[in-house]
Design a protein around this ligand. Structure first.
Ligand SMILES: [Zn+2]
Ligand SMILES: [Zn+2]
Length: 416
C-alpha cells in the first residue's frame, strides 16, 4: 500500500490536472443561476460531469427532482465498506445570482471526490474497503433540501460527510445557528371602524401587541438568541377594522435544544395577543428547523493540519458565523465537517459583489486548495482505524452534549 503522503500527493496531482474542467463546471453553474428546487441545469451539468467516467454510478433526480448521486465503489458493494460522502450545493439567490457561492461548493465537492478516488485507486490492500458517494443537495437557501434527503434515507449508509462553504475567511469549524421560521395569522372580525367599532374584532391590534410582546421578551433573552420579524399583512383600509393580519418571524439560537425554549416563549407572546384582542391565532412552522452544526474536533484538527500544509492560514479567532445551514441537520446524522474558505474578496455573502467574486478566476486557487484539504482529511481517516474510532467518539459525545432531539428533524406544527 502506498504511504498516506503518496496518496495525498496523488490526489493533489489529480485535482490540478483537472482544474480547467472543474472551473468550467462551477463557471457554468455560476453563469446560469437557478433558485432553490429549480436547479435543473446545474443538476444536468453535474450528472454529465460524473457520467464522463464510467467508474462512477450516477443516479440523476435522486430522491428529489434536482438532487443527484454519484457513487464510486471499486470494491463492488463489499460488506462493511466505509462510505465517504461529499456534498455539492448549487442553488442561487433571487435577483443576485450566486451571491452565496454555491457554485463553488459544487466544485469543491466534485474536486474532493475525484481527488479521493485518485488517492484510493490501486490501493487494494487498504485496511478497510472504501466507497465514495457524491450527493447533490439542492435548495439550501430556501427550504433545506438536505432535510428532505435525510428523511428520504439518502444519508442512511454514509459514514463520513464533507463539504465546504465560501465565506470571508478560512475556518475549519464554525457552529452556525439553529433556525425556525414561523408564520402567525390572526383572525378577527371586520366592521366599520367609525360607525360600529364595537362590532369588530381587531386583528391588527393582535399583530401589534404580538410585535410589542416579542420586543419586550427580547431584553430577557440570552445575548446570542435572535428573533426578528415583520408584519406581512396589516389590514385593508383605515375605515375597516382589520379582520386578518399576518406576521413572519425568524427565531435563532446557537443550539437547537435552546430553539425549542425560544419557540415556547415566542408562542406565548403570539397567543397572549390573541387573548387580549379576542382574535383567533394560527401559528405555522412552514419548514423544518435548521440545526446548529455539531463539532467533530478530530476532523477539524486534521483539516487544519492538511490546510496548513497547503498554505492556508487560519485566523486564531475566526469571526462568528450567525447564519444557518441545513448541513447542521446532516451533522446530527453523520459525523462530518463544513469548513469555510476565503475566495479572495472582502465582500460579504449575499451581496452582488460576492456573486462577482464567486465567478472570478482568482477564487479558483482557494476553491481547489479547500477541495484538496478535504480529500486529504478523508485519506487520514480511511487509512487509520484509530482516527475513525475517534471521529465516532466525537460524534457520540457531541450529540450527547448538544442535542436532546437527536437524529430526526422537527416536524411542522400548527396551533389553532
Ligand atoms: Zn450558502
Ligand atoms: Zn446563503
Amino acid at each position: 500500500m502506498a504511504s498516506q503522503q503518496q496518496m495525498k500527493h496523488a490526489l493533489q496531482q489529480c485535482i490540478d490536472a483537472q482544474k480547467d474542467e472543474l472551473h468550467s463546471l462551477s463557471r457554468d453553474i455560476w453563469s446560469n443561476p437557478e433558485l432553490s428546487g429549480n436547479e435543473t441545469q446545474a443538476h444536468d451539468r453535474l450528472v454529465r460531469f460524473f457520467s464522463r467516467d464510467k467508474t462512477w454510478t450516477v443516479d440523476s433526480h435522486y430522491k428529489l427532482p434536482t438532487a443527484f448521486r454519484a457513487v464510486w465503489d471499486l470494491v463492488g458493494g463489499r460488506e462493511g465498506a466505509l462510505n465517504v460522502g461529499f456534498l455539492c450545493e448549487y442553488d442561487a439567490l433571487p435577483g443576485i445570482g450566486h451571491a452565496c457561492g454555491h457554485n463553488l461548493i459544487a466544485e469543491v465537492g466534485a474536486a474532493a471526490a475525484l481527488g479521493l478516488k485518485a488517492a484510493l485507486e490501486n490501493q487494494s490492500e487498504l485496511l478497510q474497503p472504501v466507497k465514495i458517494t457524491v450527493l447533490g443537495t439542492p435548495a439550501e437557501e430556501a427550504i433545506g433540501g438536505k432535510i428532505d434527503l435525510i428523511k428520504a434515507g439518502a444519508f442512511a449508509d454514509m459514514d463520513l460527510v464533507f463539504m465546504a462553504h465560501p465565506a470571508q475567511q478560512d475556518a475549519p469549524f464554525l457552529p452556525g445557528v439553529a433556525l425556525d421560521e414561523v408564520i402567525v395569522k390572526y383572525y378577527g372580525k371586520a366592521s366599520h371602524a367609525s360607525a360600529y367599532p364595537w362590532e369588530g374584532v381587531n386583528a391588527l391590534d393582535a399583530a401589534v401587541l404580538a410585535y410589542s410582546n416579542l420586543s419586550a421578551l427580547r431584553q430577557q433573552l440570552k445575548p446570542e438568541w435572535r428573533l426578528h420579524g415583520i408584519i406581512k399583512h396589516g389590514g385593508e383600509k383605515p375605515n375597516i377594522i382589520p379582520a386578518y393580519t399576518e406576521l413572519e418571524y425568524y427565531l435563532r439560537t446557537p443550539l437547537v435544544k435552546d430553539l425549542f425554549d425560544l419557540k415556547a416563549k415566542a408562542e406565548a407572546c403570539f397567543r397572549a395577543a390573541a387573548v387580549a384582542t379576542g382574535c383567533q391565532v394560527e401559528i405555522i412552522y412552514p419548514y423544518d428547523s435548521y440545526y446548529n452544526i455539531l463539532p467533530i474536533a478530530t476532523l477539524a484538527n486534521l483539516y487544519t493540519n492538511n490546510g496548513e500544509a497547503l498554505g492556508i492560514q487560519f485566523p486564531e479567532q475566526p469571526n462568528n458565523f450567525s447564519g444557518s445551514t441545513d448541513f447542521g441537520n446532516v451533522s446530527y446524522v453523520v459525523p462530518g465537517i463544513h469548513p469555510f474558505f476565503y475566495i479572495c474578496t472582502d465582500a460579504l455573502n449575499h451581496t452582488e459583489e460576492y456573486a462577482v467574486a464567486a465567478g472570478a478566476e482568482k477564487a479558483q486557487l482557494y476553491t481547489l486548495r479547500t477541495a484538496k484539504a478535504l480529500a486529504m482529511t478523508a485519506v487520514d481517516v480511511v487509512c487509520s482505524p484509530d482516527l475513525l474510532r475517534k471521529v465516532r467518539e466525537d460524534f457520540s459525545q457531541a450529540k450527547l452534549k448538544q442535542g436532546k432531539h437527536l437524529g430526526g428533524t422537527d416536524t411542522s406544527l400548527t396551533a389553532p
